[in-house]
Design a protein around this ligand. Structure first.
Ligand code: AP5
Length: 211
């Protein structure tokens, strides 16, 4: 399969590794990355009215209203094929709206135990300047709270605090897991435990992707 001719959805609980894996895929294949979480965070930094509206939902671990998300995705889609959707759709209404816009070929479901999610997300630290992601346990910065690469300050996402992570997980269970059945015929389910490299290999093999 070639990235130009297919659309992929990455489904998974918060911290399952959707962002990590999709960023690798777009580096190696011809996909356009559409991450609703990244798009929303950019709108917040830009103080865009949609970002201001979305922030309170994100900070408390709730989903941003479907209408806002669907409109945002529509403005980003300039072609029919070649997308990797990361963290979208997250509700049945979003999945149905996406089906009106384009056809999805495969859905990768990254399956992860909740205990591992807490470990991954509470330890994540991000550079405010260059966006590089560290982890206090798996990938600590040699300069402590400062980025090794650019000297920027490291911060923790507001929604990566344990209480908010638990809310995000419960929202995932109630609103997003119905998509597993919705996409039953297109689903590639895989355990998202192991190294980033091991999981990436399983994904590319499962999708039959070759560069
Ligand atoms: P979003 O940004 O999409 O967050 P999320 O999916 O809840 O969680 P993450 O992005 O943290 O998880 P991920 O699976 O991408 O994992 P990652 O690769 O980053 O959404 C944020 C908020 O925006 C939502 O709560 C909601 O409010 C709103 N929103 C977004 N989309 C929406 C939509 N469609 N509808 C409505 N609202 C929406 O990895 C996580 C950590 O684990 C990193 O530190 C990473 O380095 C580490 N890691 C990854 N893989 C491994 C591995 N194999 N081993 C060890 N560590 C690993």
């Amino acid at each position: 399969m070639s990235g130009k001719s297919i659309n992929l959805v990455f489904l998974g609980a918060p911290g399952a590794g959707k962002g990590t894996q999709t960023k690798r895929l777009i580096k190696n294949f011809h996909f356009t990355h559409l991450s609703t979480g990244d798009l929303l965070r950019k709108l917040i930094v830009e103080k865009h009215p949609l970002g201001i509206k979305a922030k309170s939902f994100m900070d408390e671990g709730s989903l941003v209203p479907d209408s806002l998300i669907i409109d945002m995705i529509k403005t980003q889609m300039t072609k029919k094929k070649g997308y990797v959707f990361d963290g979208f759709p997250r509700t049945l209404a979003q999945a149905e709206a996406l089906d009106q816009i384009t056809n999805i070929d495969k859905v990768v479901f990254l399956d992860i135990p909740q205990k591992e999610v807490i470990r991954r997300l509470t330890g994540r630290r991000i550079c405010r300047k260059c966006g590089f992601e560290y982890h206090v346990e798996f990938l600590p910065s040699k300069k402590g709270k400062v980025c090794e690469k650019c000297g920027g300050n490291l911060y923790q996402r507001d929604d990566d605090k344990e209480g908010v992570i638990k809310k995000r997980l419960s929202v995932f269970t109630s609103l997003t897991t119905p998509l597993i059945q919705y996409y039953e015929n297109k689903l590639l389910r895989m355990q998202a435990i192991g190294t980033v490299e091991e999981i990436y290999k399983k994904i590319t093999e499962g999708l039959n992707l070759s560069s």
